[in-house]
Design a protein around this ligand. Structure first.
Ligand code: ATP
Ligand code: MG
Length: 139
């Protein structure tokens, strides 16, 4: 299992607020190399599939509606210890608890509209990256 890749999305709130450039800048300045990148959107079906692990949670329906409410940016990132280091860079799920200077501290609006997604394991990084990108779209 690769330990040097993670997957991220810039969520609809941050795209709508015009933060794509600032977030990508923060990501690359922190040593992550972008090896795949796409501006796209999720249908409710696709958003439901992506967050299927949360299907029993009370916030699932709202989460799916939010994630399909507007365009997103999907990317695969490469760096040593990528999954853990990226979770540190984005900060806590709830932006009011995210450390100063983290992406969620700087750009997130709420626990739901929290600006970015970051994979939580090497295995999920691989699954999530393949959900958005074919082998011909990774460089
Ligand atoms: P992500 O998987 O998007 O990187 P995360 O790993 O920090 O976020 P998860 O527990 O996986 O957090 O939750 C997935 C997403 O569901 C969160 O990022 C947020 O958008 C939403 N979410 C989580 N908890 C809540 C909640 N209590 N109320 C509303 N939305 C929530
Ligand atoms: Mg998660």
């Amino acid at each position: 299992m690769e330990t040097n890749k993670t997957f991220t999305m810039i969520k609809p709130d941050a795209v709508a607020a015009g933060h794509i450039g600032a977030i990508l800048d923060k990501i690359t300045k922190n040593g992550f190399k972008i090896i795949a990148l796409k501006y796209t959107s999720l249908s409710t079906d696709k958003a439901g599939q992506f967050y299927a692990v949360h299907s029993e949670r009370p916030f699932y329906k709202n989460l799916v509606a939010f994630m399909s409410s507007g365009p997103i940016v999907a990317a695969i990132l490469e760096k040593d210890n990528a999954v853990e280091d990226f979770r540190k860079l984005i900060g806590a799920t709830d932006p009011s608890k995210a450390d100063m200077g983290t992406i969620r501290n700087l750009f997130a609006k709420s626990i739901e509209a929290n600006a970015v997604h970051g994979s939580d394991s090497d295995e999920n990084a691989q699954i999530e990256g393949s959900f958005f990108f074919s082998a011909f779209e990774k460089f």
